[in-house]
Design a protein around this ligand. Structure first.
Ligand SMILES: [Zn+2]
Length: 99
């Protein structure tokens, strides 16, 4: 069982959350080439180790979070409100472990 430390509600069971996906991808500019958009929409890494993911606290405060999780051990390393944990807010964790 995963316990996610929601910054608004405190530690909660992961069953209260909905997983959205990779929080390290950034949306291309509207005029970006089609292959860049294809990568944004369809292509994802399958990282091994630390990774940032979007989770929605659907059965709690209904806030979007960026959760840092180790994909090998499932250890939760932290959680931030999504507006503070976007790729623009800092370097993406997990990219080092995946390479
Ligand atoms: Zn919450």
């Amino acid at each position: 069982m995963l316990r996610i430390p929601c910054p608004f509600c405190g530690p909660r069971d992961h069953s209260e959350f909905s997983y959205l996906g990779d929080a390290t991808v950034t949306r291309p500019e509207a005029e970006a080439p089609l292959d860049e958009w294809f990568g944004y929409v369809y292509l994802r890494d399958n990282p091994r180790g630390r990774h940032r993911e979007h989770w929605h606290h659907a059965q709690g405060c209904r806030q979007w979070l960026v959760v840092e999780r180790d994909t090998l051990t499932h250890e939760i390393l932290g959680a931030l409100p999504a507006r503070e944990g976007s790729p623009a807010a800092g370097p993406a964790a997990g990219k080092d472990a995946a390479e």
